[in-house]
Design a protein around this ligand. Structure first.
Ligand SMILES: NC(=O)c1ccc[n+]([C@@H]2O[C@H](COP(=O)([O-])OP(=O)(O)OC[C@H]3O[C@@H](n4cnc5c(N)ncnc54)[C@H](OP(=O)(O)O)[C@@H]3O)[C@@H](O)[C@H]2O)c1
Length: 329
């Protein structure tokens, strides 16, 4: 990508898309193209095609998706598979028609089989049954990878699929009804501190292990991949295997260690109590990132630093909300 390359970031208001825009702006790219959902519904094929024909982006980061937790996935499975298939089909096809040079399709680690060996290598794709709760979402994402691969083979396009591990950062979702584990811990701990409570109750036993990547690190990795020289980019696009690369830290921590780090950062000195009657989820989920490390990229923000940055960015907002009686448990 050159400083004046036309770069479309789809989903620029989301956790991932906003971090990619920040990274691009911070590194001097001047022709970043964005559209809100109200301006361009990526589920509408003719609108997407017209937009690409008019704007002619050269590079596309496809970070728009219908995303949600277990409850949303269970309640709206049809919406998850339909919307995601539509968004990615429309963007991939319009990219082909308008001659996009490189496209990065964002998926997630839920595409891998539920019980696959750890750490998870790219080649474990389609080697076993998926986690049932988000299968429609995961199958849509797998279809996206397959589309990238098929388009590369049939149309000689250069589309790559990146599978990030669990992400966190300032633009995360801190709603306790639908948030992931880290933002939920940050919110609960902040609220306990504000109330002067002496205890935070953490779901499960505290023993499951999770890998977490700071959103700015992910954005950096995405731009790194889009900027790979021809030889290294081509090494990821072969006829023999899907054009797939994991993005993560390659390190994981227990939920207990995570809760302790959050408490340290926020300055909560009360007790952490683990509630084993609540579900633990998968015991371990760690990406094998040797493919990414082999290309020369490593994360730079360690977990405590990332939690500090996130806390700095959201502390006023969360303190204000908890003072207004928002949910706390
Ligand atoms: N968050 C994570 O931990 C994580 C981990 C691994 C992978 N990922 C992947 O990264 C990608 C982005 O995730 P995220 O966490 O950034 O999600 P997010 O915060 O929910 O952002 C998704 C974005 O897509 C936009 N969008 C959805 N439907 C659209 C439509 N029909 N037309 C136009 N825009 C639409 C949303 O617009 P509105 O703002 O208008 O709704 C939003 O800006 C997903 O593919 C996800 O699987 C995320």
């Amino acid at each position: 990508m050159q400083p004046d390359s036309r770069i479309f970031v789809a989903g620029h208001r989301g956790l991932v898309g906003s971090a990619i825009v920040r990274e691009l702006q911070g590194t001097g790219y001047r022709a970043i193209i964005t559209r809100s959902r109200a301006e361009l519904d990526l589920g509408d094929p003719s609108a997407v095609e017209s937009f690409f024909a008019m704007e002619r982006p050269e590079f596309v980061f496809l970070a728009a998706a219908k995303v949600g937790g277990i409850l949303a996935n269970n309640t709206y499975p049809a919406d998850f598979i339909r919307d995601n298939l539509a968004i990615q089909s429309n963007v991939i096809e319009a990219s082909r028609l308008s001659g996009v040079k490189r496209l990065l399709f964002l998926g997630s680690s839920c595409i891998y089989p539920k019980l696959c060996p750890q750490p998870i290598k790219e080649e474990y794709l389609l080697t076993g049954p998926l986690e049932p709760t988000n299968r429609p979402y995961a199958i849509a994402k797998i279809a996206g990878i397959e589309m990238c691969w098929s388009y590369n083979r049939q149309y000689d396009t250069r589309y790559l699929a990146a599978m990030p591990t669990n992400l966190y950062g300032p633009n995360d979702n801190f709603d306790l009804n639908s948030s992931h584990v880290l933002p939920a811990l940050i919110r609960k701990t902040a609220e306990a501190k504000t109330r002067g409570a002496d205890e935070v109750v953490v779901w499960g036993t505290g023993t499951p292990r999770r890998e977490l990547l700071y959103s700015d690190d992910l954005a950096q990795a995405c731009c790194f991949l889009m900027n790979l020289d021809e030889a290294r980019f081509n090494s990821l696009l072969s006829d023999e295997q899907p054009p797939l690369i994991n993005i993560g830290t390659g390190e994981d921590v227990t939920i207990r260690e995570l809760a302790e780090t959050v408490a340290r950062v926020i300055g909560f000195s009360g007790n952490l109590t683990f509630d084993p009657t609540k579900p633990d989820g998968t015991p371990r989920k760690l990406m094998d990132v040797s493919r990414l490390h082999g290309l020369g990229w490593r994360h730079t923000v360690d977990l405590e630093d990332g939690i500090e940055r996130t806390w700095e960015a959201v502390r006023d907002r969360l303190s204000l909300e908890s003072g207004n009686g928002h949910p706390s448990s």
